[in-house]
Ligand binder design. Structure first.
Ligand code: HEM
Length: 209
């Protein structure tokens, strides 16, 4: 059988993708948990401070991811992919960027209009506002609704990735996996019979505009 070549993501993109993915999942879990903790308790203060710190750390990785993405196009999708699926993938990825920016901005603004303020591992950061319960509530509501929509988008993204692994067997899942291709095949290979082969070097040239 002749295997069609499919381009991998470069290592820097794989590292940024998985770092942001793990941090965002930690933020969704910690955020959902902490809002249920009784007010004025040390546990609530601990989780709020942890969540804010992780959120600000995530923002730095998101900026790095956006800079990488603006300078470098992702590797092309496999030739045989239907048009609707290509459009859905592009839309899903663009919405990810929208939600990553919206979530961090709304979170930072929620903190900025509260008396506690944004903090990075205990170090107070600039307030973008003043103490205002009504505005804090507005930004918290935006943060909450966006978190629900973001979680739905992430679920769709994971389902699509698994469809590529189990059903399409076209290498799209494998090209964003950390480690070598042999590592990926070691963990997932028994479930898949590749119709395509991953090519490390094949990717679009960087943008210079
Ligand atoms: C991708 C980044 C982020 C995600 C996915 C995320 C996720 C969440 C979630 C799921 C909640 C619970 C919402 C609810 O059920 O009410 C929450 C609450 C909260 N987040 Fe984030 N967050 C992010 C970034 C940030 C940042 C950067 C800050 C501040 C520096 C922040 C501050 C807060 C605060 C203060 C709350 C509590 C809101 C309230 O009192 O209702 N978040 N976050």
């Amino acid at each position: 059988m002749v295997l069609m070549p499919i381009a991998r993501y470069p290592r820097v993109a794989v590292v940024l993708h998985w770092t942001v993915a793990l941090l965002v999942i930690a933020l969704l879990v910690s955020g959902s948990y902490m809002v249920g903790i009784p007010r004025n308790t040390p546990e609530r203060a601990f989780f709020f401070n942890l969540h804010k710190s992780l959120g600000i750390l995530t923002a730095l990785f998101i900026v790095a991811l956006i800079i990488w993405r603006l300078r470098q196009e992702g590797p092309p999708l496999p030739g045989g992919m239907p048009r609707w699926e290509r459009m859905a993938a592009v839309l899903n990825h663009r919405l990810f960027y929208v939600f990553m920016v919206l979530m961090t901005a709304a979170g930072y603004l929620t903190s900025s209009f509260s008396k506690f303020g944004p903090k990075l591992f205990g170090v107070p950061l600039p307030h973008w506002g003043w103490e205002d319960t009504a505005l804090r509530g507005e930004f918290a509501a935006i943060h909450r609704v966006a978190a629900l929509a973001f979680a739905a988008l992430i679920a769709l993204h994971i389902a699509a990735a698994l469809k590529h692994l189990v059903w399409d067997k076209d290498g799209v899942f494998e090209r964003m996996m950390p480690g070598t291709l042999e590592d990926t095949q070691r963990y997932f290979g028994k479930f898949v019979e590749q119709k395509q082969r991953l090519v490390p070097g094949l990717r679009r040239p960087p943008r210079h505009d």
